[in-house]
Ligand binder design. Sequence first.
Ligand code: ZN
Length: 104
Amino acid sequence: MDSEISSNQIKRAFSKIKEEMRDLYSRIEHLEQENKILKQTINNPQTNNRKTITKLIGNNLSGKIHLPDCPYAKKIAIQNIEEFDDIKQALRQKYKKCNCISLI
Ligand SMILES: [Zn+2]
């Protein structure tokens, strides 16, 4: 009978929809989680910025500032290291930029 076939089709269609809904719900859950993380980042821009700022490493013996991954920065003796959050701060203290910084 025509009506029986169509009701089966409807059932199949519904279960397909249910499956898709489940998939969508899990995606929404995932997005909500991401959203929560994003909100936290927006609400705490300072803590976030602090992480992204590249600290500069000053050598108070040679008077030069380096990026942390500069090979020269890694050779500075611990007692000669001075860290800066900001390049202006270092320049104010008469530090000079190493080539690793002027290349940026
Ligand atoms: Zn350097």
